[in-house]
Design a binder for this molecule. Structure first.
Ligand code: ADP
Length: 387
């Protein structure tokens, strides 16, 4: 935040100097007369011009009549990309946004304004933080003009929304098992402990909910590490058949409990290029889901196809996923049936982890699904290392 304030202040200083230079060296403030400038002046002016032209922040200067006397390309893009220049246009012709108008009006009265939030509602919604400063003094009668800088804060705002949603989801997800734990502890304290059978049952419910919280925290930490760029891949050729065998063995008990058959259809010679531990994690999450969402006596089959990229298929013949959910399936905490997922100990983060790990490999994960027939998740991996 401090850095942003310093950068914003520097930009404003540069912008004011630029405007002052233009006004001084110009017969007309817009069409500069280069002959009248000294070489030093010219060098400084072209440096400032280049800065104003290259900067991402929109810059707009209006005179006392609220007409534009200077602007840069970023401002033109913001207000009206189709016109060649904003020159001489009235501010009211450029925008109907009252927040912008009132900030510039204050600037002309000699009042500096900052933190004015401006939103555009074009095809691409953008959010700006507008700062307006007065320029020059009109003999104690307000300012000669006002200079506004539009800082694009769209990305910061979007990240803030994602952060808030994430926090609220996490709190919600933690509260459910925690409430159950507290309720069963209270029941035990209120006498259920005397009955050995109830005691055993309640303790196992408490353990199940505590494990859920544990799993959730592990997944959150994992996802945060991956997204924060704190996971380094050690990619190398991996024997896919052997890896799938390992993952299937580790999930064999779970599959047997659900009467689900795991089938390794990968050719024993296949080698893929990946971080073995991370690929194991992706396969575990997908095969585990295949088991969870399979039907009784269902099958989860893992196969491979070679092309411009390696494709690893995890296919189940479970209930399938309604098509309207497919687009959001890899989002954090997105679940088709929240209650069912929770019931099966799901955190709602497994697919998000798979997605981020696939991206880290410069690959991706996709899904196709047919209701009543089953789903196929596909991990796409580049053939060799890509930086
Ligand atoms: P969860 O912990 O709930 O499994 P995931 O991120 O792994 O979280 O999956 C998100 C949701 O996607 C699941 O809750 C489920 O609704 C759906 N899903 C994932 N895999 C399958 C599958 N093989 N068949 C049907 N639905 C699935």
């Amino acid at each position: 935040m401090v850095v942003e304030i310093i950068v914003a202040s520097l930009l404003l200083i540069v912008a004011v100097v630029w405007f002052a230079k233009r006004s001084k060296s110009d017969k007309n403030p817009v069409e500069r007369s280069e002959q009248s400038s000294s070489p030093e002046n010219l060098a400084v002016t072209s440096l400032l011009d280049a800065t104003m032209t290259g900067m991402r922040e929109g810059l707009l200067v209006v005179n006392r009549d609220m007409r534009v006397v200077a602007s840069n390309p970023a401002a033109r893009k913001l207000f009206n990309p189709s016109v060649a220049t904003l020159q001489s246009q009235r501010l009211t012709e450029l925008t109907r946004n009252p927040a912008i108008y009132s900030a510039f009006l204050d600037g002309l009265k000699g009042i500096e304004r900052s933190g004015v939030k401006v939103e555009t509602h074009g095809p691409e919604r953008q959010i700006f933080d507008l700062r307006v400063v007065p320029i020059g003094s009109a003999n104690g009668n307000g300012a000669e003009g006002a200079l506004g800088v539009f800082f694009d804060i769209t990305r910061t705002e979007r990240l803030e929304i994602v952060r808030q949603e994430f926090l609220s989801n996490v709190s919600h997800e933690l509260r459910t098992p925690l409430t159950a734990i507290i309720a069963f502890v209270e029941t035990l304290e209120n006498g259920a402990m005397e009955d050995a059978e109830s005691c055993q049952r309640f303790l196992s419910i408490i353990r199940k909910n505590a494990s859920r919280m544990h799993g959730l925290i592990d997944d959150i930490l994992e996802l945060t590490a991956i997204e924060g760029g704190n996971v380094q891949l050690r990619a190398a050729p991996v024997d896919l058949f052997a890896l799938v065998e390992e993952v299937c063995a580790s999930l064999a008990a779970k599959a047997a409990a659900q009467n689900v058959t795991l089938k390794n259809d990968v050719d024993p010679e296949v080698m893929v290029y990946a971080d073995e531990r991370r690929l194991e994690q992706m396969l575990t999450n997908l095969i585990d889901n295949g088991i969870k969402f399979s039907r009784e006596h269902g099958t989860v089959a893992i196969s491979h196809e070679s092309g411009t990229r390696d494709k690893i298929f995890v296919q189940d013949n479970g209930d399938g996923i309604p098509s309207q959910h497919l687009e959001r399936l890899f989002e954090r905490f997105y679940r088709v049936d929240r209650a069912r997922s929770r019931d099966m100990g799901g955190t709602g983060l497994g697919l998000a982890i798979v997605k981020h790990l696939a991206l880290l490999h410069h690959g991706e994960v996709t899904v196709t699904s047919e209701l009543g027939k089953g789903s196929t998740f596909i991990i796409h991996l580049p053939k060799t290392k890509r930086d």
